[in-house]
Every structure is written in C-alpha cells, then in structure tokens.
Design a protein around this ligand. Sequence first.
Ligand code: NAP
Length: 240
Amino acid sequence: MSILVLGGTAEARALCAELSQRGLPTIASLAGVTTLRTRYPVPLRVGGFGGAEGLATWLRCQKVTAVIDATHPFAAKMPWHAASAAKQIGTPRLRLLRTAWPPRQGWIIVPDLVAAADTLPVGAHAFLSTGRTEVAAFAARGDVRFTLRSIEPPGDLPPHIASVVARPPFTVDAEVETLTRLEITHLVSKNSGGKEQAKLEAAARLGLPVVMISRPPQPDGPSAAKVADAVAWAVKTVDI
Ligand code: NAP
C-alpha cells in the first residue's frame, strides 16, 4: 500500500514529513514547473500523468491506496483529474486546501485574472503577485503599468510589464519599502491563503487598494484545511 501526495505547496511537504514519520509509505508528485525544487522527505516523482486517465492508470499500477491532493488552491486542473481518477478506480481521495484569507476593507474582489485586469484604472501601477505564468490577462492593458514579482524569471514580457525576481518569505517592512519605492498604486493577488500575508499587511498600512482574485471551484468530496487533519484521514483510511 502507498499514499500519493500531489504536491507543489508547503503543506504537501509538511504532510509528507508527517506521513513518513508515522511509517506510512508515501510518494510525492510534482508537476515539474519550477527549476528550484524543494527537497521532499519521501520518494518523489516529477511531471504530469497525462490527464485523469493517465493518473488512474498510474494509481492502479503503483497500487496506491489513498490520494491526498495537496496542490495549490489555484491549481485549476489537477484537483479535477485527481477526483475523476480516484472515482474511476475506487481509491479514497482527500483535498488538502488551506483556508482562504477572509475579506478585508480595501479589497476589490474579482472572480478571475481577466476581471482583475479589467478593474484597474487607466494610469495605475499594479504590483502583480499572481505568478510568472499568468501575465497574459494583463498584456492587453497597455494603459496600465505592471511590476510582476515571481520566484523564477518570467521570460519575455511586454514593455509595460516590469519584472522583479524574489523568493518569499518577505517581512511587512520589506513589502512596505518595495511598494513605496516602486510607487505602486494597486496590489493584485490571488486568494491563496496561508502565512504569506506580509504584502496584504503592507498594502493595508499604505492604504493601497488590493485586487483580490477568488479561488477557482473545487471538486466535491472530503477535504481538510490542516495538515494534521489530513494525517488523521490517511491513518484512518489506510487502516493501520
Ligand atoms: P494545474 O492547472 O492544476 O495543472 C496543470 C497540469 O500539471 C495538470 O493537468 C497535470 O498534468 C500537471 N500537474 C499539476 N500538479 C501536479 C502534480 N502535483 N503532480 C504531477 N502533475 C501535476 O496546476 P498549475 O496551476 O499549472 O500548477 C502546477 C503546479 O504548481 C501544481 O502542482 C500546483 O500545486 C503548483 N502551484 C500552483 C500555483 C498556482 O497559482 N496555480 C501556485 C503555487 C504552486 P497532467 O494532466 O499531465 O497529469
């Protein structure tokens, strides 16, 4: 028996460490989108499975007894593939999904990236913390300046989108300094949830409007918000 943890988040790593400490055979899986890969304390496989069908075949071949989907709250495809594959072959699945940030004063809540781009006023200078692969929605807004912050270099960008490469964590003071120095007028963020809230605190301190993108829908089924609850589910599910 083994547990597959679909990763790409800090929670996935913490979960793998906890499962491994309890002696539960665990395999972690990453999409392989970043070159700077954090170490996992369990065997790791990297790369897509080939959709829900490919994942179902892989789960069957590897005799996986439980799947914990600990992908990012904004991973749009993998949770659906995991739900479909697990259902097809009757393997229990849990979604580990950290709690979203509750709305704050000064937030403009939008459903997606396109709506985020649309809501910015002409002449704004928006700070994008939405990820290096998700600039397409902002490319058409040549009447707005953007600074995109990403962990890895984003590749070619249109002239109205500047790039800053930096790796979290960031302190609130550092975020205030960055937003002030760049003369940012709006912060654009996904509602990822979790501890990385310094940018939100900094925006609140500076009175900057925050364009907050709501999470995509999630498949039905059991879910946990905390690593400890996912561990308890795994222990119960694999019945040791
Ligand atoms: P996505 O839209 O859900 O996934 C795109 C494709 O990547 C999937 O169809 C799957 O390919 C493959 N994939 C995704 N997660 C995988 C995993 N853990 N193991 C193996 N294959 C995986 O997700 P995304 O937004 O491109 O994000 C890719 C990864 O980065 C995710 O694992 C996510 O946890 C992490 N991440 C995403 C964000 C974000 O804002 N989207 C932020 C931080 C981290 P196949 O269909 O071929 O199986």
